[in-house]
Design a protein around this ligand. Sequence first.
Ligand SMILES: CC/C=C\C/C=C\CCC/C=C/CC(=O)SCCNC(=O)CCNC(=O)[C@H](O)C(C)(C)COP(=O)(O)OP(=O)(O)OC[C@H]1O[C@@H](n2cnc3c(N)ncnc32)[C@H](O)[C@@H]1OP(=O)(O)O
Length: 279
Amino acid sequence: MASRMFIRSKSIAFNTLRTYSSSTKLVDVSINDKTGIATVTMQRPPVNSLNLELLTELNGALQDLGSKKIKGAILTSSLKTIFSAGLDILEMYKPKPERASAFWTSLQDTWLTLYSTPYPTVAAINGHSPAGGCLLSLACEYRIMVNNYTIGLNETKLGIVAPFWFVASMKNVISHRESELALTSGRLYKTDEALKVGLIDETAENKDDALAKAEKFFARFDAVNPIARLLTKQELRGETIKELEDRKQEDLDRFVGFLMLPAVQKGLDVYLQALKKKQ
Ligand SMILES: CC/C=C\C/C=C\CCC/C=C/CC(=O)SCCNC(=O)CCNC(=O)[C@H](O)C(C)(C)COP(=O)(O)OP(=O)(O)OC[C@H]1O[C@@H](n2cnc3c(N)ncnc32)[C@H](O)[C@@H]1OP(=O)(O)O
């Protein structure tokens, strides 16, 4: 990507641990030379809502990492209390059909990239993570979440329906029964509740603690053959990936068609007004 800036800073004393860093406006990537761990940071204030531009940059960054020799990648946020507020509702509210198509395709592509990375992935969830934010973390292999935030697929609360691959992402992590209860009611779990049902793997005191715990997770693979690890991941995730690949166009048509329904637009309008009135 033309706007991407590459910096190699081996000789800079204060930054010796960040020998590779690539930063776009919305996504920062740094690779720690000592540990080989990449940190991918979403940085779209105020809430890291996922719009076309953020998704495109995120997908590009995750793909670039596939060609580097890294031990693993951590997905996190630059914001103090929010991992990601999910899809940018403004991308769905009164959309132009071409923009809505490009937007949804970028979400599908980002999920496909993240769900199938050759390198291990951890979501360091350092803040609230509703809907699309939860989806991104579900696509990672391991989730570590800072205490006292919320996570879940709350689509029904907005009057919208989580597509089959959102549902599959959830069902591949927690039980079918728990998924049904959570998705139909649009439940957002607090960190400790999410741990109890297995939606997250570990809790953390703060972001630094989450990053340190992520490093320990990657260390589990020190004694594991990387090819065997990757083939096993592919075996476990392949069916879900193939289903979206096979049904990509159908899913896109459904999304765009769904957005054009007056009842859906009305629901989004009410939700947006409620968000704004909150203050
Ligand atoms: C058969 C059917 C088939 C197919 C259907 C197809 C498709 C439908 C499925 C589509 C899937 C959608 C998944 C999603 O991700 S939808 C988005 C869901 N997100 C949310 O519900 C989160 C909403 N936000 C919040 O709860 C809070 O903002 C949050 C807890 C994240 C942070 O709270 P905080 O108090 O810190 O900030 P706020 O004051 O609330 O927000 C600051 C400003 O940001 C705006 N905002 C917040 N979230 C969003 C968002 N997701 N998109 C756009 N804008 C957002 C908020 O309005 C504030 O704006 P201003 O008032 O400052 O202008």
